[in-house]
Design a protein around this ligand. Sequence first.
Ligand code: NAD
Length: 350
Amino acid sequence: MKNNSTALTTRKKDDLILVTGAGGFIGGSLVRYFHNQGFTNIRAVDKKPLPMWYQRIPDVESLSLDLSYRENCKRAAEGASEVYNLAADMGGMGFIEHFRVECLRSILINTHMIEAAYWAGVDHYFYSSSACAYNTNLQKDPNVRALKESDAYPAMAERGYGWEKLVSEMFCQEYWAERHFRTAIARFHNVYGPNGTWDGGREKAPAALSRKVIEAVEKKDHNITIWGDGSQTRSFMFIDDCVKGIDMIMHSDDLIATPINLGTSELISVDNLVSMVEDIAGVKLERHYDLDAPRGVAGRNSDNTFIKQTLDWEPNTPLRTGMEKTYNWIKQQFTDRKAGKPTPAGYHNN
Ligand code: NAD
């Protein structure tokens, strides 16, 4: 068995960074973030064909590989110094409630990726977990108590998606405990921003509501359908905070193999989020509530005590600021698509 415990060296700008899920929202944004930081040796991998990636960054080695296969993980990890595993078959509530098997099958990605990274001699390994790993019994009231890291156990994670996250977290913890392979684990709370899914069935609330408002304005049909009764509460983290947080968590010696919340603690109801988007768009719509639609837990918020304590930082972009940027980006995508320009959203291959 090899030993990765000598890995705690300072990284160099030409160390090879592997980002998986790089054709998706957060992975693509992380590649851009590292590129902007001056890292010159980045490998981006996603199973989607390259033209379907949200972001393609010049000078970045971009590969289309399905990482649920062991051989592809070995190929991807070759020579890498850091691995950021953001590949997963996932989406908003509509997707994770209807496709639990697909969500569970993402276990293959992390299982093969972490093993390949270990044998490739990777120094740091990052896993993107989720607030869906938390015990759902603690999320039955819209006026939730914010979730702290210890609330994942005793476990009663979100069916399918949440359990996959919890088990993959455990892989990361045991690779460190048993094999001294340095891992980092962040539990993301609803991430939103430009360059993410905004239609096709995998989109999350901020993007879905923005698109619905844009469509209503476009069609001059001043109605909007909201999933659930509008009382569900969530916190939403802007993408710039997410990528900065990933970098900080990965390189903190206090957070090795230690799951940590990465989210904001600015709680908002779906109804108030609709009002915010209406305000950005300058319209008022008539609301219809679809009580049979997937709605997820009643309420969920991030307790940021631990991240403030360890990193002296927490995600802090005001929701209104991030939503304006997101709305404007989706509006542009909508306009481009209408004009017949190719837009990557809505790709599926399962
Ligand atoms: P995304 O769907 O935009 O990106 C995930 C990417 O992984 C996709 O491009 C997809 O094609 C790719 N992928 C799926 N299966 C693959 C495979 N077998 N091989 C290679 N690539 C594969 O999602 P995202 O929002 O960017 O999420 C990234 C990570 O963060 C995921 O692990 C997700 O579970 C986690 N997360 C996201 C949020 C959020 O709000 N967006 C919240 C909690 C956790």
